[in-house]
Design a protein around this ligand. Structure first.
Ligand SMILES: [Zn+2]
Length: 126
């Protein structure tokens, strides 16, 4: 396997919202690294592991039954865009009482309460 290409394919799949593909690529890249394979030249090991962890977290829903494929988001107070938050950041499962998120669009940092959180069905995996 060519981890450089796999990383690029993975990055592209995430950009295009092809989460099922991305998840498969992330798993094979993770397996490759576990077996002592070299890292993609674009990334240092720490950044690569962090990215893989992030991808696997964000795509975990594709393994769930459809009724559980729920995405949570809050609305940015500045630009009104939707900021995705993890499922464990809301409700009774909430792990962190001081939830603070940063908006990708305008870089505003804000905190939110459970009642600020909206949820939508995930896009169907392609
Ligand atoms: Zn914003």
């Amino acid at each position: 396997m060519d981890p450089n290409q796999t990383y690029l394919d993975l990055f592209t799949a995430m950009m295009n919202g092809e989460h099922k593909t991305a998840r498969e690529l992330a798993h094979s890249l993770q397996q490759w690294l576990r077996n002592g394979g070299f890292y993609p030249h674009q990334m240092n090991p720490e950044a690569m592991q962090a990215y893989l962890h992030d991808v696997l977290r964000r795509t975990a829903y594709v393994d769930l039954p459809p009724e559980q494929q729920i995405m949570f988001y809050v609305v940015c107070p500045e630009c009104r865009c939707h900021v995705e938050i993890p499922g464990d950041a809301v409700g009774p499962e909430r792990t962190d009482p001081w939830n603070v998120v940063g908006c990708d669009e305008c870089d505003t940092i804000f905190d939110f309460d459970d009642e600020d959180v909206a949820q939508v069905q995930m896009p169907a995996p392609r």
